[in-house]
Structure formats: structure tokens, C-alpha cells
Design a protein. Structure first.
Length: 80
């Protein structure tokens, strides 16, 4: 499954958009790298919010979308 992520920084309005590939049981990858090991600090910070226990990334199904509010980002995810 592909999950499109759009995160808007609450402090400066910067928008970060990228895709994760995988599933809830096997985990998700960003450009072939596990989502917790991404070198880009901003993307890794968003990913760290996505892996929290109650995150919708674990239950979202293809065709669905969800929102998540974190301390620094408003995050939207869309599953394809």
C-alpha cells in the first residue's frame, strides 16, 4: 500500500509532502529506508508522530484518509 503524507508546520506554514510504502504489519518505507531511519530531520519528525500507538496509519485502508495533530505539524494521510 502507498500512503501519501502531507504535513503542515504549525509554526511557519511549511508543507512537506511525500509517500510511504508498506503496510501496518511489515512497516513502512520512505524511498527504501525504514520510516524511523530517514536522514531528513523534518520527514523523520513527521514519521515519528505516525508510528505512535494510536496513529491511524495502522488502521487506514486503501481509499481512506485520516488527520493527525501533532505538536509541530498537522498531518494528513491518504492511502492508495
Amino acid at each position: 500500500m502507498i500512503v501519501k503524507v502531507k504535513a503542515t508546520n504549525k509554526h511557519n506554514g511549511e508543507v512537506i509532502e511525500y509517500e510511504l510504502e508498506g503496510d501496518a504489519s511489515a512497516g513502512f518505507l520512505y524511498e527504501g529506508t525504514h520510516m524511523q531511519e530517514v536522514a531528513d530531520n523534518k520527514i523523520r519528525e513527521v514519521n515519528n508522530n505516525l508510528i505512535l500507538k494510536d496513529s491511524p496509519i495502522y488502521t487506514i485502508k486503501s481509499g481512506e484518509s485520516a488527520q493527525l495533530e501533532a505538536m509541530s505539524f498537522d498531518i494528513e494521510i491518504n492511502a492508495e
